[in-house]
Ligand binder design. Structure first.
Ligand code: NAI
Ligand code: MG
Length: 340
């Protein structure tokens, strides 16, 4: 079997602690990976004047998948600094952002939740068409049929492998032009998938239902800003930042990352929770088609959480190294029981 090239970008802060843990887990799978380490982020910017060096972009472009830690961004705009993760998503045309939200066996997680938020990752209010005078500021919202169709098509394809239910989230009653186009494109795509149930919900109702009735959702598909907000809201239901992974993908490649940032308040102390990165590793494996290995990773995460081996963010005393060792051991035990 030919090797998959995996680009590793630790970034700043705890990115440098959780990405080595993620690499250890990838190595433990025994799959034929070739790793390329690349740098990006605030420290890189300070040393080299760019947050995303050309060779990092090249490494990510030529890899089948990238595991990205986190980067620090300055609070005030700094001349020449652009967020490397935003630039990567754009350069690689990673049009879909996937955020799985799954109940975990810890006190901070609600039970019964297994949903997936599929967020459009390239347009909406994030295209940067802004202008302002002293007294009026305008940000243009761009929604295209092409981008809407491809994100919704992906959502339906993913739903087919789950509980076959997609909720189309929009605000077409008010944003008639932009959300109207998204809604129309979404229902046109829905007709290609007669085996998947499609319904729709206004975004404000969806925000409420995520709190009152999250068990009812399977796949939610929505535009960029709504997805940004709903996915952070949903992550809080099941244990928060230390556990939340995400993927930025297209049909060819993906950048997989923990949702959290560089956490300067705890960086360098060896107590960062690596579970979100392990969840990102599981998503990376899914994307490469290694579904069984991915599900074994998720099971290992659950096993270790269930045992109460928790980092301080989840109320425990375990270190990054201890949690990593436990997950690797649980993963190996599962490999034995399934004979693979
Ligand atoms: P953050 O996610 O870094 O931290 C928020 C809080 O959660 C902190 O108290 C932190 O200690 C805790 N936390 C986060 N991840 C954790 C983990 N794995 N284990 C244990 N505790 C964890 O968000 P914050 O503080 O708003 O931003 C810090 C820096 O990260 C900023 O420079 C920001 O721009 C950047 N950032 C980068 C992101 C990325 O690279 N995708 C995403 C979000 C923020
Ligand atoms: Mg966000």
């Amino acid at each position: 079997m030919s090797a998959w090239t995996i680009c590793l970008i630790p970034g700043d802060g705890i990115g440098r602690e959780v990405i080595p843990a993620g690499r250890a887990l990838l190595e433990a799978t025994g799959l034929p990976f070739a790793f390329v380490e690349a740098e990006a982020g605030w420290q890189t910017f300070q040393e080299r004047g760019t947050a995303l060096p050309e060779e990092t972009l090249h490494a990510a472009r030529t890899a089948q998948a990238t595991l990205f830690g986190a980067v620090s961004s300055p609070l005030q705009p700094v001349e020449g600094y652009r967020s490397p993760i935003v630039a990567l998503r754009r350069a690689l045309d990673l049009y879909a952002n996937l955020r799985p939200v799954i109940s975990q066996p810890i006190p901070g997680s609600r039970p019964g939740i297994d949903l997936l938020i599929v967020r459009e990752n390239t347009e909406d209010l994030y295209v940067g068409r802004e202008r302002a005078t002293e007294d009026e500021a305008v940000t243009e919202r761009v929604i295209t049929r092409r981008a809407s169709e491809r994100i919704v098509r992906l959502a339906f394809r993913l739903a087919r492998e789950r509980r076959k239910h997609v909720t189309i989230v929009h605000k077409a009653n008010v944003l008639r032009a932009t959300c109207g186009l998204f809604r129309e494109a979404a229902f046109a795509v829905a007709r290609e998938f007669p085996d998947v149930r499609a319904d729709e919900m206004l975004v404000d109702t969806a925000a409420m239902r995520l709190i009152t009735n999250p068990e009812a959702f399977d796949v939610l598909v929505t535009t960029n800003l709504f997805g940004d907000i709903l996915s952070d809201e949903a992550a809080a239901l099941v244990g928060g930042l230390g556990l939340a992974p995400s993927a930025n993908i297209n049909e060819r490649q993906g950048v997989f990352e923990p949702v959290h940032g560089s956490a300067p308040d705890i960086a360098g102390r060896g107590i960062a929770n690596p579970m979100a990165t392990f969840g990102a590793v599981a998503m990376l494996l899914d994307h490469l088609g290694e579904r069984q290995v991915a599900s074994r990773v998720r099971q290992a995460i659950r096993t270790v959480l269930e045992r109460g081996c928790l980092t301080p963010d989840l109320g425990g005393k375990a270190t990054t190294a201890e949690v990593t060792e436990q997950v690797l051991r649980a993963f190996a035990d599962l490999a034995e029981t399934v004979g693979g």
